[in-house]
Design a protein around this ligand. Structure first.
Ligand code: PLP
Length: 389
């Protein structure tokens, strides 16, 4: 194996870089999860995570990946045979829809072109048609990590209200939370789903459900048979600082630190720096003469940029070259866009110089892999960053 000197560039859109401050917090000795120190930690961390979701409601924390948190949201609020309305923004909305089918729900996936966000008017039209209120939930992905497209969640809420429909509103912001503006309470979301390994700057391993009152009520009286994912048990015990099973103690140390870091910086500052890197990246892509997958200027993700490869060039082969020559991992194209796009993650514990290293690596990779492009993309990003320091 070739010796690689210096740090690896992990520029996939999550898992993202974990700061030393969080790693050091996680490194503390594991404590008794039935003892007073843990109780104090749990109470603190369960309170500190709420402002990140912009909610006053409980946030349930599972030792799980995001997929577990997807499943938890559905099994607590719906019953087998329930119709759910979903929107195909990309691979993750498609996977969530498949999961819903597997657990006995009947999803209708409104088709999308993977280059735009959720069409709120299409959601409204479906809900207006549903006179007998058979649709029990509307499920959308806020930041579609496979395409780099962010959807307007407030507009979807407005559409549900305009149709005067009682469906629950479930939103996946697994890759949006703590990077892209998100407001659980203000946007009238009933369940928000997230994960630890993206904007929260933690390793993978925690799944989140922020649970509004309407969703909690649905869970109290219904839901699909469940045990591990049950909110009722979990929220009841959380109130006193306990968990129904062995929690991921060390990741909770990390979560406390992550919440502190984010709040010290200020959420608006966090969002602003992500927007800035996203704009700088798009300027680089434009200069290279390549195309960004997202086609709507208002929907560009602050978290990642998906870049379309020129015809006749395979994105995965290009990514292999970048990994081999420059020790940088770029995100692969997923599902329908496999081999056609590569994704640049610019999220979390990151800064201007890391972005410049990333974009320089992308540009050098294009040259080494023989992908037709115009030089100067990294320079265009640098000009933007220096002009907007
Ligand atoms: N939803 C979105 C938007 C994601 O980006 C991901 C993972 O990247 C998932 C769901 C699935 O989460 P996990 O891989 O942690 O199970």
């Amino acid at each position: 194996m070739t010796y690689k000197s210096g740090p690896h560039f992990l520029q996939i859109p999550g898992p993202s870089h974990v700061p030393g401050r969080i790693l050091r917090a996680i490194e503390q000795p594991t404590i008794d999860h039935r003892g007073p120190d843990f109780q104090a930690l749990a109470k603190e961390v369960l309170a500190k995570v709420k402002p990140i979701f912009k909610t006053e409601s409980p946030v349930v924390i599972f030792p799980s990946s995001g997929t577990g948190a997807w499943e938890a949201a559905l099994v607590n609020t719906l019953t087998p045979g329930d119709k759910v309305l979903m929107f195909e923004t990309g691979q993750f909305s498609t996977l969530w829809c498949e999961l819903a089918t597997r657990i006995g729900l009947v999803p209708e996936l409104i088709t999308g072109d993977w280059r735009h966000g959720v069409d709120a008017a299409a959601i409204e039209a479906k809900l207006v048609e549903d006179k007998s209120h058979e649709i029990k939930a509307v499920c959308v992905v806020h930041n579609e990590t496979s395409t780099g497209v962010t959807s307007n969640i407030a507009a979807v809420r407005k559409a549900i209200d305009a149709a005067n429909h009682p469906a629950l509103f479930l939103v996946d912001t697994i890759s949006g939370l703590a990077s892209a503006d998100y407001r659980h309470d203000e946007w009238g979301v009933d369940v928000t789903i997230s994960g630890s390994q993206k904007g929260l700057m933690l390793p993978p391993g925690l799944g989140f459900n922020a649970v509004g009152p309407k969703a909690m009520k649905a869970a109290e009286s219904g839901g699909i048979n469940r045990s591990y994912w049950d909110w009722n048990h979990q929220v009841g015990m959380n109130r006193d600082g306990w968990f129904p099973y062995t929690p991921a103690t060390n990741l909770l140390y990390g979560l406390k630190e992550a919440c502190d870091m984010i709040m010290e910086e200020g959420l608006d500052n966090v969002f602003a720096r992500h927007e800035r890197w996203s704009e700088a990246t798009r300027r680089a892509v434009k200069t290279w003469g390549l195309e960004v997958l997202c086609q709507n200027a208002e929907e560009h993700s602050p978290v990642l940029t998906a870049v379309v490869m020129p015809e006749g060039h395979d994105a995965d082969k290009y990514r292999e070259v970048v990994l081999d020559k420059f020790d940088m991992s770029l995100g692969s194209g997923l599902g329908k866009v496999k081999g056609r796009v590569f994704r640049i993650g610019h999220l979390g514990y990151f800064n201007d110089l890391m972005l410049m290293g990333t974009l320089s690596g992308v540009e050098m990779g294009l040259a080494v892999a023989g992908v037709p492009h115009t030089k100067g993309g990294a320079q265009a990003a640098m000009d933007y960053l220096t002009g907007n320091a």
